[in-house]
Structure formats: structure tokens, C-alpha cells
Write a protein that binds this ligand. Structure first.
Ligand SMILES: Nc1ncnc2c1ncn2[C@@H]1O[C@H](COP(=O)(O)OP(=O)(O)OP(=O)(O)O)[C@@H](O)[C@H]1O
Ligand SMILES: [Mg+2]
Length: 247
């Protein structure tokens, strides 16, 4: 089982958005995923708690219980544990980072966010866990050209000591629709641009972590089994994920 800690020391950068989106995409693609909500604000819980599967995929907990949680997940054959963290306290964030296989440092491509992500990067570097900076809420490309704000952010991040994920998440309204429907963006509309962003990121992370390939006939989430278009959406995503991981 692999554990990912998602953090930013700055509020609103997108920790919950990244955690929920990745966890639900991986789950939809057939992996057994648990999302640990360690933020006392419980935003991930707010999004997912009404789901029938919530008891088996969503845990409201804190860093002090991480070891027990990881043992429980391992015993239950979990493939991936995603931890949505708060902005503080530092000691709890460090604890999660230390006991993870990968840390995602989420940041918006703005001057102040990029200044703040240095703190997250510094924390990662106090551990031996690899980290990846994830740019979130990036402006969309214009006529296929990358936005100068994103280019500038990547330049600035070059001087940090963590690699930057090639897949960036753009500002997309689909996240609001998905969360209001208690689901991840890939479940809401697998053909949306937001879903494509998340799938690229998941594929990149899958390579880093050597996550198991999704099974061909993985059981579908119950909510999707009821909707024929949902079934084909999951199959499309499984195929996309396999291609990306293989490539
Ligand atoms: N890529 C995106 N596109 C559109 N909206 C986004 C995106 N990422 C985040 N948001 C929105 O920005 C707000 C903050 O995001 P989110 O709650 O994920 O951040 P956070 O880092 O978890 O915040 P907190 O520090 O409060 O836990 C939310 O309303 C969320 O829906
Ligand atoms: Mg949050």
C-alpha cells in the first residue's frame, strides 16, 4: 500500500480538491483507496460523507492515529491512502510526511502562494520522503499556448528543491459541480477537461509510486452501476489510465 500526504501551508491552495479528486479517480479506476481527512475543518468529509461507500473509503482522523490507520488499511488490502492535511500544526504535517511514500505540495501559481510553498518544501526536506509540487488553479491555456503565469511559476519553482508535476490542474468550474454532487470530478464527467487534468496527474503519480494497474474488470462503484453512461465512463478512464501508466 502507498500513502500520499497532500499539503500546503497556505489555506485555500487546493489540498482538499487535489485529495478528493485523486482519491476518487483512483477508486473509479479500480484501485482500493482510503481518504483520510486530517483537517479539523473536515472539507473532504463534507464532500463525501453522504456517499453510501463513505464508511469504507473515508476516515475522519488525526496524525496521532496514522500508524493504526495504515495498519488497518494494509490488512484490508488497500492500494492507496490519501491524506488531506490542515495547514498546521507543523508537527502533525511532518509526522504524516515522514510516514508517506510521496508528498504533494499544492500551490496556486501566484506570487504569494509560491512564496508560501517554500515552507511546505522545507518541511518535506526535513524527511526522506520524495515530494512533488502540484500547481493548482492555473489559468487555462490560450490557443494551445501555456499561460505566462504558469510558465513563470514553473521557472520560480525550478529553484526549489522538489520536482514540479508536469500535469497542472487548471481553474475549472467542474470541481464545484462535482463536489456539490458529492463526487470527484472524474465521476461527475469523465470527459470534462478537469477530469483529464486529474487523470494526467494520477498517471504521473502512479509512475512515481508504482501503483498497481487497475484491474480490467474492477468492481464499479455502486452509484455508477445504476447509470449506463457511468459504466462506459469508468471503462474509458481505466483504459486511459492504463495507457498513461504504460506510456
Ligand atoms: N482547480 C480548481 N478549479 C476551480 N476551483 C478550485 C480549484 N482548486 C480549488 N478550487 C476551489 O478553491 C477553494 C479552496 O480549495 P480547497 O478547499 O481544495 O483548498 P484547501 O487547500 O483544502 O483549503 P483549506 O486550507 O481551507 O483546507 C474551494 O472552493 C475549491 O472548490
Ligand atoms: Mg482543505
Amino acid at each position: 500500500m502507498k500513502t500520499i500526504t497532500v499539503n500546503s501551508r497556505k489555506g485555500g491552495a487546493g489540498k482538499t480538491t487535489v485529495s478528493v479528486s485523486l482519491a476518487m479517480a483512483a477508486r473509479q479506476a479500480g484501485l482500493k483507496v482510503v481518504l483520510a481527512d486530517m483537517d479539523p475543518l473536515r472539507s473532504s468529509t463534507e464532500i463525501l460523507r453522504s456517499r453510501a461507500e463513505a464508511p469504507s473509503m473515508l476516515i475522519e482522523t488525526n496524525a496521532g492515529k496514522l500508524w493504526v490507520l495504515q495498519e488497518g488499511c494494509r490488512r484490508n488490502g488497500c492500494d492507496l491512502l490519501v491524506i488531506d492535511t490542515p495547514t498546521h500544526p507543523e508537527s502533525e504535517i511532518i509526522h504524516c510526511m515522514t510516514h508517506s511514500d510521496l508528498v504533494l505540495a499544492v500551490t496556486r501559481p501566484t506570487f504569494l502562494d509560491l512564496a508560501a510553498v517554500r515552507e511546505t518544501i522545507a518541511l518535506v526536506q526535513r524527511t526522506t520522503t520524495p515530494g512533488l509540487v502540484v500547481l493548482n488553479q492555473c489559468p487555462p491555456k490560450r490557443n494551445g499556448e501555456e499561460n505566462p503565469v504558469v510558465i513563470d511559476a514553473i521557472q520560480r519553482l525550478r529553484f526549489g528543491k522538489l520536482p514540479v508535476a508536469k500535469s497542472v490542474l487548471r481553474s475549472r468550474i467542474a470541481y464545484q459541480h462535482a463536489f456539490a454532487s458529492n463526487c470527484g470530478v472524474t465521476e461527475w464527467d469523465v470527459n470534462s477537461e478537469a477530469a483529464a487534468d486529474v487523470l494526467w496527474l494520477l498517471a504521473e503519480i502512479s509512475k512515481h509510486l508504482a501503483l498497481p494497474r487497475p484491474e480490467k474488470d474492477a468492481p464499479l462503484p455502486r452509484a455508477l452501476r445504476r447509470r449506463p453512461q457511468g459504466v462506459s465512463a469508468v471503462r474509458t478512464m481505466q483504459a486511459a489510465l492504463k495507457r498513461l501508466v504504460a506510456g
